[in-house]
Write a protein that binds this ligand. Sequence first.
Ligand SMILES: C[S@@+](CC[C@H](N)C(=O)[O-])C[C@H]1O[C@@H](n2cnc3c(N)ncnc32)[C@H](O)[C@@H]1O
Length: 265
Amino acid sequence: MTTQGPRPAIDSTRPHPARVYDYLLGGKDHYLVDEEVARRMPQEAQAAARQNRAFMRRAMAFVAGYGVDQFLDIGTGIPTEPNLHQVVQGIAPASRVVYVDNDPIVLRHAEALLVSTEQGATDYIEADVRKPQVILGRARELLDFARPVCVSLVALMHFIRDEEDPYGIVRGFVDALPSGSWLVLTHGTFDFVPVHALDPGHEPRRMAPYTDHITATARSRDAVLRFFDGLELVEPGLVAAVQWRNDDAAPPQPSGMFAGVARVP
Ligand SMILES: C[S@@+](CC[C@H](N)C(=O)[O-])C[C@H]1O[C@@H](n2cnc3c(N)ncnc32)[C@H](O)[C@@H]1O
C-alpha cells in the first residue's frame, strides 16, 4: 500500500462524501453527520447511488471483456462487495488494480481492497484526483502505461468545481493513456429530477446545498459529454447509469447519474 505522510485522523464531526455515499447504499460505515446530509438530499439520491454502483460493475465487466487487465480507479469509496477488482479478476485473474481516494476512512478499509488473486495485484494510494501527475507517478509502480489501462472516475468529478478545472484534470489522465485504453465516468446531474422535487433552497447547479463541507456540482448532459472529448464512446453512449447496457427487463426510473464508457483511439 502506498500512502503519503502521517495517517490523517477520521473527522466524525463533518460529513464526508464517501460516508454519505455509504449511507445511501445502505452500508454501516458512516456517522450521524453523514446520515443527516443524506436525509436532506432529494429522495432519488439512494436510487442514484445504487444505480451508479451497479453500473460500475457492469462497465468494469464490459471493459475486462475487451481484454483490459489494468485498472486505475479514482474516488474508490468505501468497499462494497463485489469491488472493482473482484469483478475484473473474476474475468481475468491476473488483472492489476490501483485504487485511489483522498478520504482517510477509505484508507481504513483498504485491506478489503487489497485482497487480490495470486496472479493479479491491487494497491491503494491515498491521493487527490486534482493531482493527476502525482497519481499517475505512483500508479506506474504497479501498472504498465505502455499497455491499455482503464481509468475509472465513477461518481467523482461532480466534487470538482468549475474553477478547479475538472476537464483539464480528466485530460491529464487521458493524455497518459495509450491507444486501446478506456475511460469510465459517471457524474451527478439534475437532468432527471423535476425541479419541484429539489430542496427548495437549492441553487440550479449545486448538488449538495445541504452542508458547507461538501460541495458538488450537478452538470447537464452536454457538460458531462465534454469529459469524453476526443474519445470513442461505446453504445449506448452517455445515458443514465441505469440505462447503460442493463439487461433488466424492467429497469427502474433513471436517477441522478450520467454514465459513459469510452475507448482511447
Ligand atoms: C460517491 S463516492 C463514489 C465511490 C465509487 N467510485 C462508486 O461510484 O461506487 C465518491 C468518492 O470520491 C472520493 N473523493 C471525493 N473527492 C475526491 C478527491 N478530490 N480526490 C480523490 N477522491 C475524492 C470520496 O472520498 C468518495 O470515496
